[in-house]
Design a protein around this ligand. Structure first.
Ligand code: ATP
Ligand code: ZN
Length: 283
C-alpha cells in the first residue's frame, strides 16, 4: 500500500483527484473524507491542507504527495520531486500599486512587502541585494497595500485579475510554479514499485493530453506528400477507402505542432479531417 497526500479542498483538489481517476484508480466517497482507500489499486489517499503536505511526506506520514512547487520550495522540506503534473500553474510575483513608478527590484529597498511566502521572498531579495521588511500574512495579501499595511506584495498570480481588481500591477516574477508529485526519501522496494506503476500511468495520461489522433482522407496521388507532414508514432496508418483513388490516413499529432500541420495537410489536399482526443498513450 502506498499513501498519497492530496489537498483536501482548494485549487489543487479537483485536478489531483481527476488525475488519479484518469489513471484508472477508483476513489469512492472522496467528498468530505479525510482518507480513502482505492478498491482497485494499492493506494490510500489522505486529504490535507496543502501547506502540511511537504512535512507529512518528509516525516513519512504519507509516502508521496501532490503539492505546488511554491509551497514545496517555501517549506524547504527534504522530499524528492518525482514528476511535474502540468496543472496548478501560477507564478509568485511581486506587485505594487498602479501608481508606484516601479523600475526594478532595487525600488523595493527599505519598503514593506506583504506575503504568505516569506522564505521565497527573502531569498529573492537577498539574491538581488535588496533590504526590505517582509510582513507575513496568511491570506488576502492583495489588500495589504490598500489598507496601508505594506508598499508591495508578493503573491500567487495566474491571470492577474485579482491584482488588477485591487489596484495592483505585477512587476517581477519570483517563481513559476505548477503542481508536482513528491516522494519521501527511502521508499521500500514494494512502495517504489507501486509508485513506478502510478508514474507509468500518469505519464501515459499526460502524454495523451498533449496529443491528438488525426484521421483524414487523401487522394492517392497526394499520399506521399501528406504522409511526410504526419509523423505518427512509427509512421501513419494508411487504409484504402471504398472509393478508388482515395485512402484514409490515421496518425497522432502533438499539441504544439497541431495547427501548423493541419493547415499544411489541407493545402496538400487532405479532406474530411477528424481530430479525436486520446485517453491514454503508451509508447
Ligand atoms: P489550503 O486550505 O489547502 O491551505 P490554500 O488556500 O493555501 O489551501 P489554494 O488557494 O487552494 O491554497 O491554492 C493551492 C495551490 O494552487 C497554490 O499553492 C498554488 O500552487 C496553486 N495555484 C494555482 N493557481 C493559483 C492562483 N491563481 N492563486 C493561488 N494559488 C494558485
Ligand atoms: Zn494552503
Amino acid at each position: 500500500m502506498l499513501r498519497i497526500a492530496v489537498q483536501k479542498s482548494g485549487r489543487l483538489y479537483e485536478d489531483s483527484v481527476q488525475l488519479l481517476k484518469e489513471c484508472g484508480i477508483d476513489l469512492r466517497n472522496v467528498k468530505d473524507r479525510l482518507r480513502t482507500v482505492s478498491e482497485n489499486f494499492p493506494l490510500e489517499v489522505f486529504f490535507l491542507r496543502d501547506d502540511d503536505i511537504p512535512e507529512y511526506v518528509e516525516d513519512g506520514v504519507a509516502d508521496i504527495g501532490i503539492v505546488g512547487q511554491n509551497v514545496l520550495l517555501e517549506k524547504g522540506r527534504k522530499v524528492i520531486t518525482v514528476e511535474s503534473l502540468g496543472f496548478g500553474k501560477c507564478r509568485l510575483s511581486i506587485a505594487v500599486p498602479k501608481t508606484f513608478d516601479y523600475t526594478g527590484i532595487k525600488d523595493l529597498e527599505g519598503k514593506r512587502i506583504a506575503t504568505s511566502y516569506p522564505a521565497l521572498v527573502k531569498s529573492y531579495l537577498s539574491d538581488n541585494q535588496v533590504n526590505a521588511s517582509i510582513h507575513e500574512i496568511s491570506g488576502s495579501v492583495e489588500i495589504a497595500p490598500g489598507i496601508g499595511l505594506s508598499d508591495a506584495v508578493a503573491d500567487l498570480v495566474s491571470s492577474g485579475g485579482t491584482l488588477f481588481m485591487n489596484g495592483l500591477k505585477e512587476v517581477d516574477i519570483i517563481l513559476e510554479s505548477q503542481a508536482v508529485m513528491v516522494a519521501k526519501p527511502g521508499l521500500t522496494p514494494a512502495q517504489q514499485s507501486i509508485l513506478d506503476k502510478l508514474l507509468f500511468r500518469i505519464r501515459a495520461v499526460k502524454k495523451a493530453k498533449k496529443t491528438k489522433y488525426v484521421l483524414l482522407n487523401a487522394p492517392n496521388d497526394q499520399l506521399e506528400k501528406i504522409i511526410a507532414i504526419l509523423p505518427g508514432m512509427r509512421s501513419p496508418t494508411v487504409l484504402p477507402l471504398a472509393q478508388s483513388g482515395w485512402s484514409s490516413v490515421h496518425s497522432v499529432l502533438s499539441e504544439d505542432e497541431f495547427w501548423d500541420r493541419i493547415e499544411r495537410l489541407k493545402d496538400a489536399g487532405a479532406e474530411g479531417i477528424l481530430v479525436v482526443p486520446i485517453e491514454k498513450m503508451i509508447i
